[in-house]
Design a protein around this ligand. Structure first.
Ligand code: ATP
Ligand code: MG
Length: 356
């Protein structure tokens, strides 16, 4: 098949890990007879430097006319002095909003060969394989009003946590759909003992559940969920939750693995292109050195192949290639204490291509 992919390398190590991804996609295209066309766009700091805007119109139109978007990372110390609303990160927030990427998917899996990196005991993490489905375009991050009122001793600040029935229903459905394709269990996380929005959320989960009789589901309060993720992460298959709870829980869950450089993410809309990116940031401390771990970005490609292109065989081949290089002991600097053996980004990419 023929697919057009928007590549937004961004800042820091973004361009390095994206180059790795395009090489691997080219190889998959060659092996399985697909044509992947790349169109490049600027986002974040690099876009500010070139155009003054972190999300130029041209980038948006490139993304909208593509079948999927691959993002490296945005941000870095160079732009940290800019006012909040002009920062590189605004480019990504704007892109999520414009592409209506309401469902953020963060899988958390343990690679047996990297288990020693986890801060948790072997018996707790063995076999952990969960997916966090986070609502991404609503809730307290976007609700109005959001403002300061009064001054001095009387000053107050207000944020608004608001969800519509339709916003909750579409993300909850995603949760059930993924649970159905996976091990058949959904945990819906809320704070229904305190929040009205959570009581609406819970009601909708109970309604939607009727359409998925083969999925077992349960409700869990967010404070309990934070504890259970550390105490017994294996109990989770799919976790669905609102924007802020998902933000916090997905960072917590990513640390179960101990390897930030390994974890992928996908953000999906109803019909338009999805956006695929590693969960790590632009890593300014190692940018330009050619030592970034490309595996989180390559793992994001497996999500692109699965969800955007419906190519499960190709996705599985790539996942197995990643497993193979790790089992053979190949490590980038972030994954090993023995720096003399560490592979560069290019070398790691080459090993994956050979394993493919
Ligand atoms: P953000 O603010 O965008 O969330 P951050 O500042 O929290 O990002 P990162 O930029 O992800 O964090 O970097 C955190 C640490 O992890 C840094 O020391 C960085 O070098 C390291 N790191 C992150 N990604 C990788 C990678 N792909 N390969 C190697 N090291 C990485
Ligand atoms: Mg940071």
């Amino acid at each position: 098949m023929k697919k057009r992919i928007a590549i937004l390398p961004g800042d820091g190590i973004g361009p390095e890990v994206c180059e790795s991804a395009t090489k691997v996609l080219n190889e998959i295209g060659r092996l399985y007879n697909h044509e992947f066309d790349f169109v490049y766009g600027d986002l974040g700091g690099v876009a500010i430097d070139k155009t003054g805007s972190p999300l130029p119109e041209e980038t948006l139109s490139i993304c909208k006319s593509s079948d999927a978007v691959l993002l490296g990372a945005v941000g870095g110390p160079k732009w940290d002095t800019l006012p909040g609303h002009q920062r590189p990160e605004q480019g990504l927030l704007g892109l999520r909003k414009q592409l209506e990427l309401f469902a953020n998917l963060r899988p958390v899996t343990i690679y047996d060969s990297l288990a020693e990196a986890s801060p948790l005991k072997d018996e707790i993490i063995e076999g952990v394989d969960l997916l966090i489905v986070r609502e991404l375009t609503g809730g307290i991050y976007f609700g109005e009003p959001r403002e300061r009122r009064g001054e001095g001793e009387q000053e107050t600040a207000v944020d608004t946590l608001v969800y519509s029935r339709q916003e909750v229903e579409r993300i909850v459905r995603k949760g059930f759909e993924f649970a159905q394709e996976r091990r058949g269990h959904l945990t819906s996380v809320d704070k229904a003992n305190v929040l009205e929005s959570s009581r609406l959320w819970r009601e909708i989960v109970d309604e939607v559940a009727k359409d998925y009789p083969e999925v077992t589901y349960s409700h869990m309060l967010v404070d309990n969920a934070a504890m259970q993720l550390i105490r017994n992460p294996r109990q989770f298959d799919v976790v669905v939750t609102e924007n802020m709870f998902g933000d916090i829980l997905s960072d917590e869950a990513s640390m179960i693995t101990g390897s930030l450089g390994m974890l992928p993410s996908a953000s999906m809309s109803a019909n338009g292109p999805g956006l695929f990116e590693p969960i790590h940031g632009s890593a300014p401390d190692i940018a330009g050195k050619g030592i970034a771990n490309p595996l989180a970005t390559l793992s994001s490609l497996t999500m692109m192949l699965t969800f955007a292109f419906k190519l499960p065989n190709e996705a599985q081949a790539l996942q197995e290639a990643i497993n193979t290089v790790l089992e053979k002991g190949y490590r980038t600097a972030d994954l090993t204490k023995d720096a003399t053996d560490a592979l560069s980004t290019n070398e790691m990419t080459q090993r994956v291509i050979e394993a493919l």
